[in-house]
Ligand binder design. Structure first.
Ligand code: OGA
Ligand code: MN
Length: 222
C-alpha cells in the first residue's frame, strides 16, 4: 500500500489530521473515543444523501457469525445492512477516508491494521443490537484475520435523546457506560475485543456505517 491514498490530495490529508490526532491521543489513554462532527463535510453529506434512498442500497436483515456460521438472530440484532464495496463515488470516498485513518493509526499507534470492511446499517423503529463484542481475542476457531478496531459513523440530523437508538459503550477499565447519540457526523472508534457495546431500541429510522480494521492473526496487539 502507498503511504498516501491515490484518491486524496496532500491538502485533504492535512485537513484530516486534527481529527485523526484527537482519535490517537484518546486511544492512547482509553479503549474508545467519540468525536462529534468528525467526517469531512462533503463526505458526510454525500453518504447522507446515499442513505436518503435506502431502497437503492438493497439492505438485508443482518445476522451474527461469519460465513458458514452466519445465522439470523432477531433476538440479538434487528438492523438491516448492506456491505460497502466502493460501487459509487461516495462509497469510494468513504473507503479512502477509512484508509487514511488506518494508515494514521498504524503510524502513530503501531497497530498493524491490514484491511478494512464496512457496511451501511438501518435500524427501523423498534430495532436494536444487544450488548456484544465485535471480536474475541482467543476465539477457538483460527481465522486468517481478526477485527482489532471498530468504527461507527452516524448520519441522522437532529437526533433527540427521546428517540432512543443510542450506542452504549462500556469502558473496560471503569465499567462505566457512555451513551452516544447517532447524530450526523459523529464517529465512534473503539477496540473491537475490549469494549462491550449495544444499540438501544431506536424510535426513529437510524442510519449508520459500521466498519472494522482488521489485523492478520499473529500480529502483535496494541
Ligand atoms: C455493529 C455495531 C453499532 C451502531 O454493527 O457491530 O455495534 O451504532 N453497530 O450502529
Ligand atoms: Mn458491534
Amino acid at each position: 500500500m502507498n503511504e498516501r491514498s491515490s484518491t486524496q490530495s496532500p491538502h485533504d490529508d492535512e485537513r484530516l489530521v486534527p481529527v485523526f490526532e484527537r482519535m490517537v491521543a484518546t486511544l492512547r489513554e482509553q479503549a474508545w473515543c467519540v468525536i462529534p462532527d468528525a467526517l469531512p463535510h462533503s463526505l458526510r453529506d454525500d453518504l447522507h444523501s446515499r442513505l436518503q434512498q435506502p431502497d437503492a442500497l438493497h439492505l438485508r436483515a443482518a445476522g451474527i457469525g461469519r460465513q458458514q456460521d452466519h445465522t439470523l438472530a432477531p433476538g440479538i440484532r434487528s438492523d438491516a445492512i448492506a456491505w460497502i464495496t466502493g460501487s459509487t463515488p461516495a462509497e469510494q470516498a468513504w473507503l479512502a477516508w477509512a484508509d487514511a485513518l488506518r494508515q494514521f493509526l498504524n503510524r502513530h499507534l503501531f497497530m498493524g491494521l491490514d484491511s478494512f470492511e464496512s457496511h451501511f446499517a438501518h435500524y427501523g423503529p423498534g430495532a436494536f443490537y444487544a450488548r456484544h463484542l465485535d471480536a474475541f481475542r482467543r476465539a477457538g476457531v483460527p481465522a486468517a484475520s481478526t477485527r482489532r478496531v471498530s468504527l461507527v459513523a452516524y448520519f441522522n440530523p437532529h437526533w433527540l435523546t427521546e428517540e432512543g437508538g443510542e450506542l452504549v459503550l462500556v469502558d473496560p477499565q471503569s465499567g462505566q457506560e457512555h451513551r452516544v447519540l447517532p447524530e450526523l457526523g459523529t464517529v465512534a472508534l473503539f477496540l473491537s475485543d475490549e469494549v462491550p457495546h449495544e444499540v438501544r431500541v431506536a424510535r426513529r429510522d437510524r442510519y449508520s456505517i459500521a466498519g472494522w480494521f482488521r489485523v492478520r492473526t499473529g500480529s502483535v496487539a496494541l
